[in-house]
Design a protein around this ligand. Structure first.
Ligand code: FMN
Length: 328
C-alpha cells in the first residue's frame, strides 16, 4: 500500500486526513472517535468570542443597576478566563486521550482576546493553533486593503504571543489571494487552510424571514480550493497548503494533493457517513495511489500545480472562453 505519510504544520503525520474544526471534535468523546477511526490529526472545534461574550453578558446582568465600569471590566476578565478554561480542559483531555497531533482553533473576529489565549493554549499542550479568520464586512467604508491589513495583523500578533505552529484558515473571498497569502506567511503562518465554508444565508418566502442555508459541503464544492492550492503551490516559502471544503472521496482528496495540498481537512463527509469514513478515506487514497503506480503521497504532491504547468494562465481563467484559449 502506498505510503500516506506527510507533514501537517511541520509535524509528521501518518496520513493526510485531518478532521476539520467542528462539533465532531468539540468534546473528548468525539476526539477519541476521530483518532480511533484513523485521523492523521485533529483540529478541535473553534473557541468563539461569542461563547465568552455570553458568559460575560450573563455575569454583567447580575450586577446591580449603575454598577461602575471597573466592576464590569473585572467580570469581563473573569468571563474570558471561564470560557477559556473549558477550552483549555478540552485541549489537555484531548492530548491525554489520543496520540495524533491536536490543533486548537480560535475564531478571530473582533477583539484581540485570542492573543491572550494563544499562550495558554500552548501551555495546555496543543501541538499547534489554527486561526479561524472569517468575517463578512457590513461596513462599506472599510477597503479591501484595510481588511487584509487586519487579517495580517491578527496573524502577526498571535505569532508574537506563542511559539506554536500557526495555521490560518480562510474563506474563499479575497480580491487577490496571490497577494494576501505571502503576507500571511511573512506574518508567521506555517500553513494556510483553504477554504473554510461559512454559515450560509437563505430566505424563507412562506415565513417571509431569513433562514440558514445548507450547512454541509457537496461533492462539487472543492474546485475553488483546487484552483487556489494549485495557484499558490511553491510560492509560499516553507508554508504548507491544506485543502478543505468538499473533500468527499479519495479521488477529490488526491486531486487536491496533486494541486499542492500536503493534507486535507474533512467535516461534512464525517457528519454524513460517521467517523469510520476518516479511515475509509485514507485507505481509499492509498489504494488509488497504488492504482496510479505511485509509491507515496509525496510523489503526487504538486504535480498538477500551476508551477509545474505548461499553461500557468489556466489558473487565472474565470470565463468560459474555450474557443479563445483552447483550454477545455
Ligand atoms: C456544524 C459545523 C461546525 C463547524 N464549526 C467550525 C468551527 O468551529 N471552526 C472552523 O474553523 N470551522 C468550522 N466549520 C467548518 C468546517 O471545519 C469545514 O471547514 C467546512 O465544513 C468545509 O469542509 P467540509 O467540506 O469537509 O465540510 C464547521 C462546519 C460545520 C458543518
Amino acid at each position: 500500500m502506498a505510503d500516506l505519510g506527510t507533514t501537517y504544520l511541520g509535524i509528521r503525520i501518518a496520513n493526510p486526513v485531518v478532521v476539520a474544526a467542528s462539533g465532531l471534535v468539540s468534546n473528548i468523546n468525539g476526539v477519541e472517535k476521530a483518532a480511533r477511526a484513523g485521523a492523521g490529526a485533529i483540529t478541535l472545534k473553534s473557541l468563539f468570542e461569542e461563547q465568552i461574550e455570553a458568559e460575560v453578558a450573563a455575569a454583567e446582568s447580575s450586577l446591580p443597576p449603575g454598577a461602575n465600569s471597573e466592576a464590569a471590566e473585572y467580570l469581563r476578565g473573569m468571563g474570558l478566563h471561564a470560557g477559556a478554561n473549558d477550552y483549555l480542559a478540552l485541549i489537555r483531555g484531548a492530548k491525554q486521550a489520543v496520540g495524533v497531533p491536536v490543533v486548537a482553533s480560535v475564531n478571530c473576529a473582533a477583539g484581540p482576546w485570542w492573543t491572550e489565549f494563544a499562550n495558554q493554549i500552548e501551555s495546555a499542550g496543543a501541538d499547534a493553533l489554527e486561526l479561524n479568520i472569517g468575517f463578512v464586512p457590513l461596513d462599506g467604508s472599510e477597503s479591501a486593503e484595510k481588511i487584509e491589513d487586519r487579517v495580517v495583523s491578527i496573524v502577526r500578533d498571535v505569532r508574537a504571543a506563542t511559539r506554536l505552529p500557526l495555521a490560518v484558515k480562510l474563506g474563499p473571498d479575497w480580491t487577490n489571494l496571490n497577494h494576501l497569502a505571502p503576507r500571511l506567511v511573512e506574518a508567521g503562518a506555517r500553513a494556510l487552510v483553504l477554504f473554510n465554508r461559512f454559515y450560509r444565508l437563505d430566505v424563507d418566502l412562506d415565513a417571509m424571514k431569513l433562514k440558514a442555508g445548507p450547512t454541509r459541503a457537496g461533492a462539487e464544492d472543492y474546485h475553488e480550493t483546487l484552483r487556489w492550492i494549485g495557484m499558490l503551490d511553491g510560492r509560499l516559502r516553507d508554508a504548507e497548503l491544506v485543502a478543505g471544503n468538499g473533500v468527499r472521496d479519495a479521488e477529490t482528496a488526491l486531486r487536491l494533493v496533486a494541486s499542492g495540498a500536503s493534507a486535507v481537512q474533512v467535516c461534512s463527509l464525517v457528519y454524513e457517513k460517521g467517523y469510520d469514513a476518516i479511515g475509509g478515506l485514507a485507505r481509499a487514497m492509498s489504494a488509488r495511489l497504488d492504482a496510479l503506480g505511485l509509491k507515496d503521497l509525496r510523489s503526487l504532491r504538486g504535480r498538477l500545480s500551476r508551477r509545474m504547468s505548461e499553461k500557468p494562465e489556466a489558473w487565472g481563467r474565470a470565463q468560459y472562453v474555450q474557443a479563445l484559449t483552447g483550454i477545455s
